[in-house]
Design a protein around this ligand. Structure first.
Ligand code: MN
Length: 237
């Protein structure tokens, strides 16, 4: 294949215990997947305690590792959301109808590994979009909006179902939840998302954040973690 100019490099994540990297295809995110965060965002409680999952996307090249992260332009209210990130592996291509309509019972077999990610959000831009019924893209999918840690293969850590998910800003605890309180669990998220799009190896899914999101500024140090998965540390520069 010849291109009229060199194609951009493949976005990727470091893999624990490997010299090879995980190539990123697409980045999906679940909105409001913990009831306490849904409440702080002003959502109305559903009769059964959970609304159907909904999804948005970030560009693959918005993912970067820990370290210095540039404070984005065009916002006066950047917020953090610490999330468990699911990385889909080769089995996804043959699950369900070739990555579509994956049954809940087959979903976890699609997972290559897990890591910790920060769904950085221009909350002011997102709020204006919500008011006007506009897309969330510029509130969510900006450059460097998806820092993520080292990927831990399922072969090493299994499938985390419960455990602390937390985030500190400059050493002060802001978010402190438990994976067990996800409204839609990992297998359900994969199955539901696969009814909208064909999932493929290399796809990442940010699975939502617990309560405690707050505004951060240039110079702040954000540390977050998921018990049994790992930790991520960034500095806004
Ligand atoms: Mn989020």
């Amino acid at each position: 294949m010849d291109f009229v100019f060199s194609p951009p490099p493949v976005a990727s994540l470091e893999v624990a215990g490997s010299n090879s990297r995980f190539p990123i295809r697409r980045v999906y995110c679940v909105g409001r997947n913990y009831a306490d965060h849904a409440r702080e965002m002003g959502a109305h409680e559903q009769a059964d305690g959970r609304e159907p999952p909904f999804f948005f996307c970030k560009p693959a090249d918005a993912v970067l590792g820990g370290g210095d992260v540039p404070y984005p332009p065009a916002t006066a209210n950047l917020q953090h959301e610490v999330e468990l990130v699911v990385a889909l592996g080769p089995a996804t291509a043959t699950a369900g109808n070739e990555g579509a309509d994956i049954p809940v019972s087959d979903a976890l077999a699609c997972v290559y590994g897990y890591t910790v990610g920060f769904d950085l959000t221009r909350r002011d831009v997102q709020a204006r979009a919500k008011e006007k019924g506009h897309p969330w893209d510029m509130g969510k999918g900006f450059d460097a909006s998806a820092p993520a840690g080292v990927l831990q293969p399922v072969a090493a850590i299994g499938h985390p179902e419960r455990g602390n998910i937390w985030l500190k800003v400059n050493g002060e605890l802001r978010q402190n939840g438990d994976l067990a309180n996800m409204s839609w669990h990992v297998a359900e998220v994969i199955a539901n998302l696969s009814t909208f799009v064909r999932l493929m190896p290399g796809d990442l899914i940010f699975t939502g954040t617990p309560a405690g999101v707050s505004t951060v500024v240039q110079g702040d140090v954000l540390e977050g973690g998921v018990s049994g998965v790992g930790e991520l540390k960034i500095r806004l520069v």
